[in-house]
Design a protein around this ligand. Structure first.
Ligand code: FES
Length: 140
């Protein structure tokens, strides 16, 4: 936006007021590949295998990963970087993931969208157990 020379004081004030908002916006809603929300690029140890019950799911916010276990005991892992605009999904209700930015919802068991505006499923990650620990990593 071009700055008007006669409004230099206002511009300075506006600039100061915008900074915190822009900071929040970046943290909550950065684009894919941005610094705020990124899925693992190498295998990460998430924790004890027993933390994910059959038919349940657990959200690992620090790693932007959700791990679910179906009724047969099979683990699945998905990136929780929202496929709509790249926000980090920070809420899990049952096995439904809820994005804070525009309200998209995803099924943590299948990765599929259950509520728009997102249209693409979550990115599936590789997952395995090692000595009772869950290890998830980049898509196989
Ligand atoms: Fe998740 Fe828009 S970024 S709903």
């Amino acid at each position: 936006m071009p700055a008007r020379p006669s409004a230099s004081r206002r511009t300075v004030l506006r600039g100061a007021a915008v900074v915190p908002v822009a900071g929040l916006g970046l943290a909550a809603c950065s684009a894919p590949g941005g610094s705020a929300a990124a899925e693992p690029t190498a295998p990460v140890d998430l924790g004890a295998e027993s933390e994910v019950a059959e038919g349940g799911a657990k959200l690992y916010k620090d790693h932007n990963v959700v791990v679910s276990r179906d009724k047969s005991g099979t683990l699945k892992a998905y990136s929780t970087v929202c496929t709509h605009a790249g926000c980090a999904i920070n809420k899990l209700r049952g096995t439904t993931l809820i994005c804070p930015c525009h309200g998209s919802e995803f099924d943590a068991v299948s990765g599929k969208v259950v509520q728009a505006p997102a249209t693409e499923p979550l990115t599936e990650l590789s997952v395995k157990t090692e000595k009772g620990r869950i290890v998830a990593g980049p898509a196989a």
